[in-house]
Design a protein. Sequence first.
Length: 164
Amino acid sequence: MSPQPGPGRPTAPQAAGAPDARLLTEAVTRLRRALRSSIRTDYPWETLPMAQVELLQTLAEHAPARVGDIAARQRLAVSTVSGLIGQMMTAGLVTRTVDPRDRRASAVTLTDAGRDQLAAWNDAHERRLCEALRSLTEEDRSALRTALPALLHIADLLDPDRTS
C-alpha cells in the first residue's frame, strides 16, 4: 500500500515532476552562483549588488515607475526598494522625478549611467557565458539551444507579471 498524499507528501503529479524540478532548481542555482562569482573574479569593477542589478533590469523594462510598483514587481517591501533607490540615486544610476500621471507621486527612471552600468553588466555576463559555451561539445550546445524555448516558457509561467 503506497502512502497517501498529505502535509509534506507531494501528490502524484508533483512527485512525477519532482526529479526534473529538483535538477532544474540545482542547475539554475549553480549557474547564477557561478556567474556572480566569476564576474566578480574576472571583472573586479563589477561591484553592483544583485538587488540593484535586478532593480536596474526592472527599470529598463518598466520605466518610469513608482517605488510601490517596483516593490510589487520585485516582491520586496516598499522600504527596501526606497533604500535601494536612495543608494542608486547617490551612485547616479537612477533619478526620481514627479510622476506625470500623478503629480503627488514620484517616478524612478534610469540615468544614462544606470543604462551604461546595466549594459556593461549584461555584456560581461554574455562574455563569460560565451566562453563557457565554446568549451561545450556541439552535442551539449545543441541540447542547450533545444532547451532554451522551454526554459523561457517556464520563466514566463513563473512570472505573474508576464502574459503568455
